[in-house]
Design a protein around this ligand. Structure first.
Ligand SMILES: C[S@@+](CC[C@H](N)C(=O)[O-])C[C@H]1O[C@@H](n2cnc3c(N)ncnc32)[C@H](O)[C@@H]1O
Length: 177
């Protein structure tokens, strides 16, 4: 079972930062990949790839402007995170049991109504509007029951050694360029 994230409607320059944060949360909290639609952004791809090279793991970033076909052809469960959906706490127990891959769909600008129809589940995390970054992180945290907090990444060049104060890192194998 793998988790993939689809971030809809990336806009330049407005979404550069938030889409990067969505990608970093996806990676750190246990998703396998992120695909974004909207405007192509080589800088976004480059910064996510650099993080993966330094901090490890198999995470991938992809661009696909054809979000409709991506959702339609996804072989697995499609979960759209939206303030208008059913509360997460009513659905997450059933979702966790699935052996199938899960596609998490996040909006940006106005989400086309078709997305609500194509999704198997429209899920809200609180009944208040907030952000794609928080929605994704809470969803993954609940989905993995907090196990993602202990996640380690293969082929990392650097690892954090947790400290009560200050910063300590360990450089592994090859130091970052
Ligand atoms: C900042 S919101 C903008 C939504 C946009 N204004 C619209 O009308 O569709 C961006 C995305 O964050 C996610 N999001 C925000 N609040 C949420 C909530 N309470 N529950 C689940 N997802 C949420 C949704 O995926 C949403 O599409």
């Amino acid at each position: 079972m793998e988790i993939e994230v689809l971030r809809l409607g990336h806009r330049l320059p407005r979404d550069e930062r938030i889409s990067t944060h969505v990608a970093l949360v996806a990676r750190a909290f246990g998703a396998r990949s992120i695909t974004y639609s909207g405007q192509h952004d080589a800088g976004l791809e480059e910064s996510v790839k650099k993080i993966c090279e330094t901090w490890g793991g198999p995470f991938k970033i992809k661009y696909n402007p054809d979000w409709r076909n991506l959702i339609k052809n996804f072989r697995g469960i499609k979960v759209h995170l939206t303030v208008y959906g059913e509360p997460l706490q009513n659905i997450i127990d059933n979702l966790r049991e699935t052996p199938r891959d899960v596609l998490i769909i996040l909006g940006g600008p106005k989400v086309p109504s078709e997305v609500y129809q194509l999704a198997d589940f429209n899920i809200s995390i609180t009944l208040q509007p907030h952000s794609e970054v928080s929605a994704l992180s809470i969803f993954l945290h609940e989905f993995f029951r907090g196990k993602e907090l202990m996640k380690t990444f293969e082929n990392a060049k650097v690892r954090v050694i947790p400290q009560p104060r200050g910063k300590k890192t360990l450089f592994l194998n090859n130091a970052p360029d």
